[in-house]
Design a protein around this ligand. Structure first.
Ligand SMILES: Cc1cc2nc3c(=O)[nH]c(=O)nc-3n(C[C@H](O)[C@H](O)[C@H](O)COP(=O)(O)OP(=O)(O)OC[C@H]3O[C@@H](n4cnc5c(N)ncnc54)[C@H](O)[C@@H]3O)c2cc1C
Length: 380
């Protein structure tokens, strides 16, 4: 069975690794990505806050060396889900099983004023640029703001506000600065009230302003104010923004999307097209957009494909669970475990921040680099 995996992010990498692990050389996997290297989401924050540098967080795809897996670096130009066929700059690929794991594209230019007057810290280029600005920042009002929903890794803006506080304190400019966090959500981590309480306490202890239910629709570069949905304004000296998210254009043009994202069966990750699956940020599966969810969805698809290949009835289903680490600064990290099941209210548990969990987060990254790229790596 020829499996063509579109996108080598958290989802695509895990899918290819698991199929190779189970089927060895009998796996017939083509893994396609337009980039030459993978960067974990949280590595952007590590670079932005000076714990490591941009070159150290890249995992070149040329290191992928797995039985039955061929990595092709090329841009996907068209997807025909009915024919399970894709057109790329390296030619056409046809699949018995096609898996779309193309993630969410980020569009800083979609928010008026953001590229002129603010910094998006979600793209690698934006996060790396933010580092230089933060290193030179001489004090003033920093606003961390979100420009649209849904957005990846919902705890990341909270982490960023806490890490900004930490950095400005270390640099000796915190006492002449303000830090504000504007989020469209009613609480920092809605499915896990204990995590939200802990973060709200942390904001209060550090004098970080918390603005729930607040969406930034644009920036006025001349007056240096953020323009809020509903008409309010928020002044800033430094604006760190989460840009608009949308499916990659090639996915939008494929006809697979409903309301902007690919709908899937929440248990099997099957799309409306036979033999076509979608995992991760590109879907509307109902979980937050985060690597841990993409990875777990990919594992389910892999197990189902392995069963099909062996002539068995696929039994694996997705349980909606994911574990997210939350940076508090000072090398302390909290841990949230959340479960999103279709038709049920999401639930979550929280482990208070500690240095042990910070080590656990680093091990999370190390284990993925080892598993997917065969390399020994530590986040910092
Ligand atoms: C600041 C920040 C912090 C984060 N922290 C965490 C965290 O701590 N934990 C966590 O779980 N998640 C975190 N995330 C979120 C996480 O990075 C994403 O949710 C995750 O990468 C999604 O995985 P995916 O496989 O769905 O898509 P992606 O990892 O985005 O992979 C999609 C791939 O598709 C490729 N692609 C897209 N279009 C094309 C095309 N036309 N042709 C060829 N290739 C294409 C891209 O190059 C990309 O490699 C964070 C994100 C950010 C921005």
């Amino acid at each position: 069975m020829r499996v063509v995996v579109l996108g080598a992010g958290f989802g695509g990498l895990e899918l290819a690794a698991r199929l190779s692990e189970e089927l060895g050389a009998a796996a017939d996997v083509v893994l396609i990505d337009g980039a030459d290297a993978f960067i974990m989401g949280f590595s952007k924050l590590d670079v932005m806050f000076g714990r490591t540098d941009a070159a150290a967080v890249r995992h070149p795809y040329s290191a992928i060396d797995k039985p039955g897996v061929r990595f092709v670096q090329t841009v996907i130009r068209a997807i025909d889900p009915a024919a399970r066929r894709v057109e790329t700059d390296a030619g056409a690929f046809e699949a018995d099983a096609l898996v779309v794991a193309l993630g969410a594209d980020l569009d800083p230019a979609a928010t008026p004023g953001l590229t002129e007057a603010g910094i998006d810290f979600y793209t690698p280029a934006g996060a790396f640029a933010a580092r230089e600005v933060l290193e030179r920042f001489d004090g003033g009002r920093v606003v961390v703001g979100v420009t649209s929903t849904p957005f990846k890794c919902p705890p990341a803006p909270s982490e960023t506000a806490l890490l900004v506080h930490d950095l400005l304190t270390r640099r000796g400019v915190r006492d002449r600065s303000e830090v504000a966090l504007a989020m469209p959500l009613p609480s920092p981590v809605p499915p896990a009230p204990s995590a939200s309480h802990s973060l709200l306490d942390a904001f209060a202890e550090r004098d970080i302003e918390w603005h729930p239910g607040t969406l930034v629709r644009g920036l006025d570069p001349r007056r240096r104010v953020a323009l809020l949905e509903g008409g309010g304004e928020m002044p800033f000296d430094l604006f760190l923004g989460v840009p608009v998210h949308r499916v990659p254009a090639v996915v939008a043009e494929s006809g697979m999307c409903v309301d902007g994202w690919i709908p899937v069966d929440p248990l099997t990750l099957e799309t409306a097209y036979p033999g076509v699956y979608a995992v991760g940020d590109v879907t509307s599966v109902g979980t937050p957009k985060a690597g841990v969810f993409s990875e777990r969805q990919a594992a389910v698809v892999a197990d189902r494909l392995v069963a099909l290949q062996r002539g068995e009835e696929p039994g694996a289903t997705y349980d909606g669970t994911g574990v997210c680490y939350v940076e508090y600064g000072g090398d302390r990290v909290g841990r949230v475990e959340v479960t999103f099941r279709s038709g049920e209210a999401p639930t979550g548990t929280f482990d208070a921040p500690s240095e042990a969990l910070a080590a656990g987060k680093r091990e999370f990254g190390t284990s993925r680099a080892r598993r997917w790229f065969g390399r020994e790596w530590s986040a910092f």
